[in-house]
Design a protein. Structure first.
Length: 262
């Protein structure tokens, strides 16, 4: 019972922080929006992504999913202790989620750290990733996609080459970007792990709502203990419930934010 009470008090404190911020938001409406909010979910966990989509749909919102091209195939191997065959989805699921309005973007061919391999190999892996997406994701357009660097790891050489071939890319850096602009190729985010990220995320959301605004991009992964740095489904639901009622914040997938405001 004590644990339940602590969880209740923690969630109550999170919600109080949202209320105290004094910021109001209407999800998805560009007029008068000062705060754009994007959670960027990586790796492609079938159970977590399906649950995430359900929570977003509860508020008539669309989620931002970034998936490994070879996941769900015999070519896919374990990346680490978190990204394993058998728990990642496949293009049957990605196409279903996309048909429901969610955003599906590339997260590499095999989740390789592209700063640790020669540029020639980076090019091969990138092209293989694009080939798989072109062949398997309905209506995929490379020029309209956001490439999400595995491990959020990039360098100027890799960024310059990939940046010429996609609409934009996401890498590590500041949590809050300038407002979406299609001329901006380089989008930055923060991530946290390997433990549960509820406290960190709720604190950052409260800070963002109390700020002058911008574009908040936080990179997360699975739900309820799945993946590196998981988020709880309870907190995700509470964040979306509160933010979706505010007037000056738009909750959008990263690519959709560029299209809507760019």
């Amino acid at each position: 019972m004590k644990t339940d009470r602590r969880d209740f008090l923690k969630r109550a404190g999170i919600l109080a922080g949202f209320i105290a911020s004094g910021t109001h938001l209407h999800a998805g409406k560009p007029d008068g929006v000062t705060h754009v909010f994007s959670l960027s979910f990586d790796d492609g966990f079938a159970r977590s992504f399906s649950k995430t989509a359900e929570i977003y749909e509860k508020y008539k919102l669309k989620a931002c999913f970034n998936v490994i091209a070879s996941a769900g195939t015999s070519a896919f191997k374990s990346v680490d202790d978190y990204i394993l065959p058998g728990i990642v989805g496949d293009f049957e699921l990605w196409n279903d989620l996309q048909q429901r309005g969610h955003e599906i973007m590339p997260h590499g061919y095999r989740h390789a750290n592209l700063t640790r391999i020669p540029l020639d190999e980076v090019k091969v892996l990138f092209n293989k990733c694009m080939d798989v997406f072109n062949q398997n994701l309905a209506g995929f357009s490379q020029k309209s996609c956001v490439f999400n660097f595995p491990f959020n790891a990039s360098n100027p050489e890799v960024e310059n080459w990939i940046g010429e071939r996609v609409m934009a890319f996401r890498t590590s850096g500041d949590l809050v970007n300038p407002m979406p602009d299609k001329k901006r190729k380089r989008l930055t985010c923060i991530s946290q792990g390997p433990e549960n990220i509820d406290k960190v995320l709720s604190d950052r959301v409260n800070e963002f709502l109390q700020s002058a605004g911008g574009w908040f991009i936080f990179n997360t992964h699975g739900l309820d203990g799945e993946g590196w740095g998981p988020l709880s489904s309870v907190l995700l639901d509470e964040i979306l419930a509160r933010l979706s009622e505010m007037e000056h914040v738009a909750i959008l997938p990263v690519g959709k934010a560029l299209e809507k405001f760019g």
